[in-house]
Design a protein around this ligand. Structure first.
Ligand SMILES: Nc1ncnc2c1ncn2[C@@H]1O[C@H](COP(=O)(O)OP(=O)(O)O)[C@@H](O)[C@H]1O
Ligand SMILES: [Mg+2]
Length: 226
């Protein structure tokens, strides 16, 4: 579904964070981008989300160069949840979910509220509707941020280090929850948490120093590392 070809990215200070990266993401899967800190995972995610402009290479989304897709359409089709989650602190979860339908799709308050409630129900977190971000645990906030990202029904969603604020037990529950959602949306998970990657994803890549050093089934990638 997403096809990355020969991507190179250099920061303004000369740091080459991505060096000739090529990855083919299959459809309808949870895919993991693994690697230790500094290997280029977040940079890659930011290039895929068009927040950084690449030096060289092309990213195709269903065969189309992403730089040719209109901004609004692109944001609707590809969701992103950053490590900092980007929930608005002054709005409760329901209000956070209502924003995109109202602002992007011009839906009425009533319609947006209904769509937001349906999403929370579907994801099994209706009890969080009136919680404010500061009132939630890391695991609850992570689910709420993903629910918000799913409001525009993206075809794919990028998640950067979704377990970084979660303890082992919450990570386990979160992994199971994510697996239940994958029939509707493809998830591309950036993570240094290898047990989490193994639990959620079928396939992935392992990065080191801005390059993909291994690609394929997670179990095989992890076997070759040990
Ligand atoms: N804004 C920046 N300016 C310069 N170098 C950066 C910047 N952000 C990240 N880097 C460098 O780029 C490399 C890849 O970083 P990053 O993509 O954040 O890796 P990861 O997400 O795998 O930890 C690292 O060497 C990092 O220090
Ligand atoms: Mg990172």
């Amino acid at each position: 579904m997403i096809d990355i070809k020969h991507l190179t990215f250099t920061y303004a200070d000369g740091t080459r964070a991505l060096n000739d990266v090529s990855i083919r993401f299959p459809q309808e899967h949870i895919f993991a981008i693994m690697g230790s800190s500094g290997s280029g995972k977040t940079t890659l995610l930011n290039c895929m989300a068009r927040f950084l402009e690449v030096d060289r290479g092309t990213i195709f989304f269903r065969g189309i160069d992403i730089s040719d897709i209109a901004e609004m359409e692109f944001r609707e089709r590809l969701g992103v949840v950053f490590q900092q989650l980007n929930l608005f602190p002054h709005m409760n979860v329901l209000e956070n979910l209502m924003l995109a339908p109202m602002r992007v799709q011009n839906r009425s308050v009533k319609e947006a509220r209904q769509a937001a409630m349906e999403m929370l129900d579907r994801l099994g977190i209706a009890d969080l509707a009136d919680h404010y971000p500061a009132q939630m645990s890391g695991g609850q906030a992570q689910r709420a941020a993903i629910a918000r990202g799913l409001m525009l029904r993206p075809e794919a969603m990028l998640l950067d280090e979704p377990t970084s604020a979660l303890d082992a037990e919450t990570t386990h529950d979160f992994a199971l929850w994510l697996k239940e959602l994958q029939s509707d949306t493809s998830f591309i998970i950036v993570t240094h948490d290898l047990p989490f990657a193994r639990q959620t994803a079928h396939q992935g890549v392992f990065m080191r120093d801005g390059q993909v050093i291994n690609a394929g089934r997670i179990s095989e990638i992890l076997e070759q590392l040990s």
